[in-house]
Design a protein around this ligand. Sequence first.
Ligand SMILES: *Cc1c(COP(=O)(O)O)cnc(C)c1O
Length: 372
Amino acid sequence: MTESDQQETRGKGVRVREVVAGLPTYIAGKPALPNAYKVSSNENPFPPLPSVVQRIAEAAADINRYPDPACTALRGTLSTFLGVDPSSLALSTGSVSMLQHLVSTVAGEGDEVMYAWRSFEAYPIIVGVAGATAVQVPLTEDLRHDLVAMADAVTERTRLIIVCSPNNPTGTTTTSTEFEAFMRRVPEHVLVILDEAYVEFVADQQAVSGSQEFSRYPNLVVLRTFSKAYGLAGLRVGYAMLPPALAPQVAKAVTPFGVNSLAQAAAMASLEEPAKRELDQRVVELQFERARVEHALADQGWPVTPSQGNFVFLALGDKSQDFADHCNRGGLVVRAYGADGVRITIDTPAANDRAISLCREWRAFSKAARII
Ligand SMILES: *Cc1c(COP(=O)(O)O)cnc(C)c1O
């Protein structure tokens, strides 16, 4: 018996909630082999700024102490940066844990939580663990949220609706007009979460902006993260802008001392000048690379879904896994989504060049095989 077999047998006697036993495991992006590029987790390819690393090192001198559980300094800085009162801000160990806290605050057995599909793979798992019922509303044909269908699908049992803009993995955004029309239709006792993990990469002026919408609704939470544009994925820090009346309730569900002192220091340092400006400049470079990749793929004849995130999505249908295998063999670790498509993170110019050339090869093979 191997060690993991033994563990498996050992765990067998313990009764686990059926909803948990039936859930899929969250699959993280595969680590890349040497000489391969890992473009499967939407990470920021830039190494941390020296000024941020310096502040982490300074904060390390105090790690015998618990971190500030209220993240007071970081909350104050964010409050100024966003123009939102500190009482409407809550920090968490990545925005995924805040999402988990919010779901468990508002929904349990017998309640419905709605989200678009395909969207972020953590949603079904978080909703399932809470014991709530997931209601998945299909994306439109052009891979966007169908907010009309989502408003139509609200029932007596709906407690929470998650809107992901830009949507992971399709890169599409919800417009502010669509969002406003949607919010007018959603009853005020239903919480809406706008997941903006990629908002810093948005260039489209029509796209919804959580910081602008936030103060207009008593039932809107906006989720953001330092993992993507700010390049702090390894430290785990995200936040919510949330209605002040909801904040104390969510606080009960939050793990105490979750956001560690190094993460708090790094996030603070990232919001100060000149670090903030340098980080913004990196986002501009990634946006430039995104446009370059999209143009190159369009030139090759790909039907590219225009993306506002730090990734592109290729709707390859049942060819998704074959294409992902082709990329893996070519030293590019991408992420396939069943029979829907493949997501490729925008990375360094060299990684993006490899993506472009693997896509070109695939088109050539497919043409030769008369698949397209
Ligand atoms: C990456 C991502 C997050 C954020 O994850 P963290 O926990 O903050 O690292 C949240 N939502 C979506 C849709 C994401 O893709």
